[in-house]
Design a protein around this ligand. Sequence first.
Ligand SMILES: [Zn+2]
Ligand SMILES: [Zn+2]
Length: 779
Amino acid sequence: MTSVTPSEPDWEAVRRSIRVRGVVQGVGFRPFVYRLATEEHLAGFIGNDTNGVIIELEGSGRGISSFLRRLRCETPPLARIDSVTTTDIAATGESSFRIVSSEVVGSVSTGIPADAATCPDCLRELLDPIDRRYRYPFLNCTNCGPRFTITRRIPYDRPQTSMSVFPMCPECQGEYDDPLNRRFHAQPNACWQCGPRVWLETPQGASIASTDPVADTIERLLQGEVVAIKGIGGFHLAVDATNEAAVERLRQRKHRYGKPLAIMVRDLDAARAFCELTLEEEALLQTPARPIVLSRARSGSDIARSVGPGIPWLGVFLPYAPLQHLLFVDSRVNALIMTSGNLSEEPIAIDNEEARVRLGNIADAFLMHDREILQRCDDSVAAIVDGVPQHIRRARGYVPLAIPLPIETLPLLAVGGHLKNVFALARGGFAYQSQHLGDLENPTGLEFFEHSLVHLSHTFEIEPQIVVHDLHPGYLSTSWAKRYASERNLRSIPVQHHHAHIAACMAEHSLTNRVIGLSLDGTGYGTDGRIWGGEVLICTLDRFDRFAHLDYVPMPGGESAIREPWRMAFAHLISAGFREDEARELTGASDQEAHLLSRMMERGINSPLTSSLGRLFDAAAAVILKRRKVEYDAQAAIELEGVAAREADARPYLIELHQAVRDGGASVVLKLDGFWRALVDDLRRGVPLAGIAAQFHAGISDGFIAAAANARNAMGITQVVLSGGCLHNRLVARLLRAGLEEEGFEVFAHRQVSPGDGGLSYGQAAVAAAILEVEATRQ
Ligand SMILES: [Zn+2]
Ligand SMILES: [Zn+2]
């Protein structure tokens, strides 16, 4: 406890109790309030409790008003104030201001902050030769450092973190105890004397003698070696991004062949040298979450060609841990690949022993440290889409921040989708999404899911009473959810995939009324048992009707049609009325392949019907770019967008709307016969591919805008909500929003969760909350 004596009062003292909710614990909020209160000559106290912080202030009315104003505008960088409520109470004659120790009682609603990048003050100390933490790889303060990834469980206090095994030296302890110090209650506080350390190892686990392991790591990287570097949320595999042979070697060893790799660069200036950054992208790069930002690559830079083959974008991010900053102190290091330490599609390695086993055949050396990572957390990936930040992979820096729900709910678990899994826990007015978990079908994927579930449910003390899952009977998450529910005798609620997408975006914008939802997606299980994905839905949060959809086409070979887009192209062309020989020629299929596919589709063998827009993108990429096979998810669509991206004002290929005889429950079908005919005509006439690709994108957008206008005429709804994995496509996102606004619609797009399957669990939670509310009001 600390105290100061305010000046002698010459006014009648007032006392107020102030409750602050939001992200206010573990982010330097109490010392900030202490400083404000003393500067305003106010007495009283501040303490953490389970709902945030509680402050009592006593002093002049003017001082309290000034305090409240400054509380809002001088908030510490990592804090977020959601609400401030004040109550007048009786003055007690108190004469000093105190920070009272936190006592955790009852249920928790504040939890753990997200990990945050090294702040400017710490960075200055890191590079200052006379500072006692000069070049110390683990310095941090209340404004920065690891949080979520080093915490075992709440309350967020040093004994509950992996820093518990590092007793603080007297100097660090002094900082930790001083309310006016930047390191007051900075749980991971450490220095050279008392904190974690780094060392180098061979892939066989023998330590390599070195007086400066960081400098030696730099030499190894510059020689083209692959070095596994232990970070904040897991191991990275690092190589020099300007060394073609080294990048190629990393790809071979990691079994990651076509998928683009992200690069880490020294600072914003360096990022500008490699990418054509917009102002929004620059701002996003520098946020404390430090996501990988997908931006347009500058041509002619030194980056190895194999970093992002075939696409005009480059994932770039800035150092966010002191250890990473130290790698870039050497001016010879300009850009490093820093990719997740895993074999393709497996969860990222976090434990030293685990890393030795799993990465021993990939890395030439390991830069280890002895601070345990308790929560696996990949780097987040984001992009500026249509002028605003959009999550592609929401993980480090964002998790476990709460996302508000428009309807309060019983404690529930929503298990998400299948690939790129993210689950959500929800209670009351908030949902908490897990970090990106990857593919569940991977042997270690389900383990990661279950471990993370145990951790997050402890963290937020949420014991689910309801389990929410996708309709798809074949999803691993669905069977897991059903088993989990039946073992615990819990109710389970299925939610249709594309309804969940739209609900996620509605919930972000607190929309609970009826809207038109454009759910533009890869694949999701429909209520008719077919594979949906190009859907116009009329949605409330609790239910939906299917108003329109892309015409069904077969997916010859099922899943293999996703990996081999030429199959989808063949199916689309045949469905659009092209002859088999034409479809064969346009897709580059052999006689045998064409023959086989035709027979499969005719007889309906392994050819499920789909209305997927993602598959239409694949088909178009196969025809326009001759892309026969893909090596990673959405590759064909990403390449097609890359070709088209800079073409403006394209004349759209026309999608016709046909009134359906309640086909699959919908009243309108988007027909593609004329669309494909026009596209193929242009191709045959030798129109440049960039123009064809642009007209394709414009046609898609116009088709769905027309369908939305149809829905408005029929239903009188003027709000359109955009979701689904296809909204990652910047061109489609921009054309749709612009076109819909021109038509007089109010348009809503994602801000807080991914429009892709990463956002699904949040949407599932919102739907379940709405269903429960409807049931409760009926009773
Ligand atoms: Zn700091
Ligand atoms: Zn110390």
